[in-house]
Design a protein around this ligand. Sequence first.
Ligand code: BES
Ligand code: ZN
Ligand code: ZN
Length: 503
Amino acid sequence: MTTTLLHQSPADFATPLLVIFAADTATTKDSPATPTLLNSSAAIETAATPWLTSADFKATLGETFLLPAPAGIQAQRLLLIGLGKADKLTPHELRKAAGVAIRFARPRTLRTLAITLPEHRALPAAASIRAIAEGAILADFDIDFYRADRKDLSIQSLTVLSASPITEALQTAFNEGVILAESQNFARTLINEPGNILTPTELGKRTAAMAKDFGLQCEVHGIDKILELKMGAFASVTQGSPQPPALIVLRYEPPTPPSANSPILGLVGKGITFDTGGISIKPAADMDKMKYDMAGAASMIATMRAIAQLKLNVRVLCVVCSCENMPDGHAFKPGDVVTAMSGKTIEIMNTDAEGRLVLADGLHYAQTLGATHLINAATLTGAIGTALGQINAGLFSNNDETTKHFFDALTITGEKFWRMPATDDYRDQIKSQIADILNSTGSRYGGATTAAMFLKEFVGDTPWIHLDIASTTWLDDPKPWQSKGPSGVAIRTITEWVRSYAS
Ligand code: BES
Ligand code: ZN
Ligand code: ZN
């Protein structure tokens, strides 16, 4: 999709489809909907007003109303899209509504459209322009790559029309929205790939190719390096699979070298390209979904892509531990004791709790490479979905300050994370009789926190955030602004978290 930001009156812009936003300005809960256009063009008002008072269109969030061949304006079609209640309006509604515009156009094979930047005091221009760019590009993603009857419905050209002149700040906001959403779609493409195609080796190749394109340093190591580093936890997970593992390290150096004691951010991702559960094998139902058990890795790789394009002024490194979790004569077993890179011994209670094992070594390794702050993302536990449903993802941390950086980032991106406890009260849940810790309790209670407590053993005093994205990484049903399938959650927020440490 080519994207252009233009200072132009919407009525004068010739396009197959012109999108105008409206909000419901009704002042009390009980008064009838009052759909109001958020643009002050007389010609558009003349074309649309009869339909705003007719109850055909109430401007609820994502609601659409098409006016073909409107008189007095250059566009062939005028599409009204609702943003919901005006007094609840934020740029986050706009992100969704811009997605609705794209998903309206695609099945109608309208490949060119224009979206008018709405004018409202709750919609600052820069944040709104960025939200439109993000929402539109995210909505243009689909999952049907392997279908012979696939029709390419992708949008070729989007123009965003602004009533005020395009300042440098507005153009930057637009470009950033494009970068962030394209990076998110890059991750979604990886997450959607089946396990037979996206093996750890293939993930390494695609990461290296991306790194070359965007000027990141990249190393992809195999089992020899994993054993040399004494990553016994990671090595135990991969040993049941004939597919070679991949230890991927990305480094980003900012254009101006930061001072010696400035932070180095360590991004760590769980890259299980297929999780059968291993010897503690999973039930057949839904096992196909475990191709997306590398979503944490994809998120971190995509975040590095965004950081490189945004040229943020902070050092960042990324460690991805990628392998399959398979049952086999060579596979690790319940009861085994393995030694992590940090030296801690782990009693394996359940081979399906494999994500925390690969992350333990990834988190430790990132610190040895110099990370002063850690963040990891992982499809770690089914229990996080039991706790939070599919709306909020889980956040665990040992540090309130870095958590605040993350929550501040959420106000920019509109993503939803809920902080869960990982205090030492829960430490008993990982106590083992025969080793330093065990990898799973078998208790039904607090499973997502048990996993977090396990990870916490490997971060020491380093400020650390663990994001459990197991229940938010895959959308089972499409939304009006989003395809079903991989959501690409966390990338935009982690990027803003990184930016919050930039000088
Ligand atoms: N990859 C799974 C977690 C998962 C579940 C991700 C559902 C996405 C959707 C993880 O490796 C796992 O199997 N966790 C176990 C842990 C248990 C054995 C302690 C779980 O959640 O059941
Ligand atoms: Zn598992
Ligand atoms: Zn897993």
